[in-house]
Design a protein. Structure first.
Length: 368
């Protein structure tokens, strides 16, 4: 891994983390700007992840046709275009379309850098992939604070990210293609691969649902001021980020299945604690601590038990994004009463733990 590729990955993940974290605290300004209700505004998250899923599925053919460098340049350009579109859209339909474009860039960079990092550092790949994703978390911490710094303004945060993404272009342009060679192997569809798909689908769905529903739970259910709800939301992402940093040395000693299952248990405990009104904000932070290592460690686990290929990674991460397309609006639609939010996210957390355990059992059977 070259220093340029590493720096590009860190900056890209900081920016896409900030963008994903905008949607929860920015929902109130978007509702006012476009005169829409809480259920309708949740579709911008689905639009974003629909674009992201499409971008992820396009990474493999893009890498074959253009190479990693040009694919990453295209992803950066799409991210800028989408952010500008959301900022300046005069009607809700165009804002949703722009979120799809933004998601295309998001997905391209998400899969590309996760694939590169998961196999680019040898025995340190698990630790480095967690550190890469911790940059996503740092961006996700900054995102809600940035939104809270511009109250009732759904434009400025997206404009700031668009401007910052300009710095990513020269880094991506300077990447040496030879440093990003990836193994190409045939993808085999089996029970093990199917469980990876399901686990990532549920994981991203519950992580995004918790992130986007927390501000509503705290503000409309428990009476927290809007700016306080945004700050607590930032701390949720802070927990997610901190755990990815803390797990880096642990990943040198423990295998990915152990880390994923332990993290899922911690996340479930945190989500269960959100049922206690006085402890709810802290429950979300604990859930964030649990969620943090699951995606990067699970991604490395995938590359270890299923021979690494861009096609396999594309389908698994696309499934993860499909979870973010389908699960958050479904969760929002069945939580007309904000006080029902803890029950919904806790059920999803329990399903995630079940899938992690089943995946570990199936993985052990295959290895034996």
């Amino acid at each position: 891994m070259s220093k340029t590729a590493t720096a590009a990955g860190f900056l890209a993940f900081f920016l896409i983390g900030a963008v994903q974290a905008f949607y929860g605290p920015a929902q109130f300004a978007l509702r006012e700007r476009f005169a829409i209700d809480a259920s309708t505004v949740s579709f911008i998250v689905s639009a974003h992840f629909l674009g992201s899923m499409t971008g992820i599925l396009c990474v493999a053919p893009l890498e074959r046709m253009l190479g990693w460098r040009k694919a990453l340049l295209l992803g950066s350009s799409l991210l800028i275009t989408g952010c500008l579109g959301v900022a300046f859209a005069p009607i809700w339909g165009l804002a949703l379309f722009s979120a799809v474009i933004l998601g295309l860039g998001f997905g391209t960079m998400d899969l590309s850098f996760n694939t590169i990092f998961s196999s680019g550092f040898g025995d340190k790949s698990t630790a480095m992939t967690n550190i890469l994703n911790s940059l996503f978390g740092f961006g996700a911490i900054a995102g809600p604070f940035l939104v809270s710094a511009f109250p009732n303004d759904s434009r400025t945060p997206f404009l700031i990210v668009a401007a910052a993404t300009l710095a990513l272009i020269p880094l991506a342009a300077g990447i040496r293609a030879s440093s990003l060679e990836q193994a190409k192997t045939k993808l085999v569809f089996n029970t093990l691969f199917g469980l990876f798909v399901l686990m990532f689908f549920v994981y991203v769905g519950v992580e995004v649902s918790a992130a986007t529903l927390e501000p509503r739970h705290l503000k409309e259910g428990l009476g927290y001021p809007e700016d306080a709800a945004a700050r607590w939301n930032a701390l949720y992402w802070g927990g997610l980020t901190a755990s990815r940093i803390l797990v880096a040395p642990i990943a040198l000693r423990y295998k990915p299945p152990t880390i994923v299952i332990g993290s899922s248990i911690l996340a479930l405990v945190g989500l269960a604690l959100t049922h206690i009104p006085s402890f709810a904000p802290y429950g979300y932070i604990i859930a964030g601590l649990g969620f943090g290592p699951i995606f990067p460690t699970g991604f490395v686990w995938l590359t270890q038990v299923i021979p690494s290929s861009v096609a396999a990674a594309s389908l698994v991460v696309a499934a993860a994004n499909l979870g973010a397309v389908l699960i958050p609006p479904l969760s929002s639609s069945i939580t007309d009463n904000p006080m029902s939010i803890p029950s919904v996210v806790t059920i999803l957390g329990g399903l995630l733990l079940l899938l992690a355990v089943l995946l570990a059992q199936q993985s052990q059977k295959v290895n034996s």
